[in-house]
Ligand binder design. Structure first.
Ligand code: GLN
Length: 537
């Protein structure tokens, strides 16, 4: 057995949205369960430095890591499956690659050479892939290449893969994810798009070792044989990737197709023992057999694109399982919510979540939703902007500060209950400049959030510019909204609650980023628990 780090590349063909991230995460889960230490990296071919400046309608949620990287939502899947934190090194974009190459050029690092895609850009890409294998922290690095083979943008990445395969032949493996469409008119599964997609890879000098074939129907032996023959892969390397009812089924489906053992064989790695995946299976069993269900409203302004709230919806799946309940998420557009329809839309909800966000669109509807939850004693969780809306609502309707607002929306408000953080005031750039990443928070142990956690000192991830204005803290507390989570270093108010309400919690941080299958997030678990209690009532 070789001791060198192994590299697995996951590319995609035919169309986007085939679920490379889930296949990568599922394979990683299986290899992790066999005792290997794994990390997964996503290379995104767009020119933004990171997805932090992207509107969620573009690529869905921006996922934030402990070290404050604003990343692609696939990193959320990696963490949810592996239960291992990722970092900035796990998500690289073309923008970041070029930025670094250009900085080096300005410093004179290229010693008078003409700077070119090959070798300078491809060297930078290879370096970023190999960076993760430094210090022998991982046995295997899985690199998912964003986009679809044939895209102009992904050419340098495929070229970097080709070079890596040439330089480290025995340590590299390429998995190509393709589509086998079913033509109902012909009543047949079709392999041609896959053949073309493999040809497109071959033109770039890359022969895939394994094909994962997304399909709505079973791939029979003949079809597998045909794919193997036309695409130069062994029969056992044609892996069927059938549509699954839950993304959490995919590791077991891949195990049934022996994806992990084929990978280990091809990389000459020992198989160790076949993983039992006991905890995973227990999770799936509970997921499939809920004892009850619960209705939760998710109020947000991007609800047409559910990927915008990926980590939140996944955290509800985890928390539902912990409560043996199916969480029915009711996606409610904050833009379309107002006093005239709120009763109809929210009165049958067992819990209400007001989502994070930026800017003024949809905020009025969010504030109405908070008021409804507060006055009707419906369990409430406000995340980031959702927490800020809870503070504004309380200020307006309980403290009678009619003009209360966040300075993000009304810079001249006479009651800036949410205001820009001091350190943010001198910043003019948008990219990567928010308060980002993990910060400690000291909890009041008697509060709802304090009871949800085992420890009073927690660490949660942030992504914001505005904060509760502590000048108002006494006024809020003497009227029934109290600060139950404080940053121990800065004194910033990170959590607010209304103790008179059955369960009303607003958090400045994003608990959803840290919820995993192995460790459902305590705050989501407690919120779903409170919603269930409310339902019984
Ligand atoms: N827009 C708000 C801020 O910057 C909230 C951000 C968020 O919800 N992530 O503080």
């Amino acid at each position: 057995m070789s001791n060198s780090v192994k590299y697995i590349f996951v590319t995609g063909g035919v169309t986007s949205s085939l679920g490379k991230g889930i296949i990568a995460a599922s394979l990683a889960k299986l290899l992790q369960a066999r005792g290997y230490s794994i990390t997964i990296q996503k290379l995104d071919p767009y020119i933004n430095i990171d997805p932090g400046t992207l509107n969620p309608y573009e690529h869905g949620e921006c996922y934030v890591t402990d070290d404050g990287a604003e990343t692609d939502l696939d990193l959320g899947h990696y963490e949810r499956f592996l239960n291992v934190p990722t970092s900035q090194a796990n998500n690289i974009t073309t923008g970041r690659i070029y930025q670094s190459v250009i900085e080096k050029e300005r410093k004179g690092d290229f010693l008078g050479k003409t700077v070119q895609v090959i070798p300078h850009v491809t060297d930078e890409i290879k370096q970023r892939i190999q960076l993760l294998s430094k210090n022998n922290k991982y046995d295997i690095v899985i690199t998912e290449i964003g986009g679809t083979v044939g895209d102009i943008e992904s050419l340098p990445y495929i070229e970097a893969v080709r070079q890596m395969m040439w330089e480290h032949e025995k340590d590299c493996l390429v998995i190509h994810l393709t589509l086998i469409p079913y033509l109902s008119a012909a009543g047949e599964l079709k392999t041609k798009p896959t053949q073309h997609s493999v040809k497109a890879l071959l033109e770039l000098g890359v022969q895939p070792d394994i094909l994962c074939c997304r399909s709505e129907h079973e791939l029979d032996l003949n079809l597998r044989r045909k794919i193997a023959k036309f695409c130069n892969v062994s029969m056992n390397a044609v892996i069927e990737a059938r549509d699954a009812s839950s993304i959490y089924d995919v590791p077991l489906l891949m195990q049934a197709e022996e994806l992990d053992s084929v990978v280990l064989e091809k990389l000459s790695l020992s198989k160790k023992s076949t993983p039992e995946l006991k905890t995973w299976k227990r999770f799936l069993k509970r997921l499939r057999n809920p004892k009850t269900d619960v209705n939760i409203a998710l109020i947000g302004k991007y609800v047409e694109l559910k990927d915008s709230y990926k980590s939140i919806s996944e955290a509800f799946i985890h928390a539902g399982v912990s409560n043996d309940a199916k969480v029915n998420l009711n996606w409610i557009h904050s833009d379309k919510l107002d006093k005239s329809n709120i009763e109809k839309k929210l009165s049958h909800m067992d819990g209400i979540l007001v989502a994070p966000g930026f800017g003024s669109r949809g905020v009025a509807g969010k504030i109405d939703a908070v008021q409804f939850a507060r006055e009707h004693e419906i369990p409430f969780l406000g995340i980031c902007l959702g927490m800020q809306c809870a503070v504004i609502e309380f200020a307006r309707n309980v403290l009678n500060l009619d003009d209360a607002n966040t300075t993000e929306i009304a810079s001249k408000t006479s009651a800036p209950v949410i205001a820009m953080m001091e350190e943010q005031k001198s910043i003019s750039d948008y990219g990567g400049t928010m308060r980002l990443g993990a910060y400690k928070c000291q909890l009041n142990p008697k509060s709802n959030i304090g009871k949800a956690f085992h420890s009073d000192l927690i660490s949660e991830r942030h992504r914001h510019r505005y904060e509760f204005n502590s000048e108002y803290r006494d006024l809020f507390e003497s009227n029934g909204m109290i600060a139950t989570g404080i940053n121990p270093e800065t004194g910033l108010v990170e959590v607010v609650e209304i103790p008179k309400h059955p369960w009303f919690v607003g958090v400045q941080f994003h608990p959803e980023y840290k919820s995993t299958v192995d460790e459902p997030h305590p705050l989501f678990v407690a919120f779903v628990g409170a919603a269930l209690k409310n339902k019984k009532k």
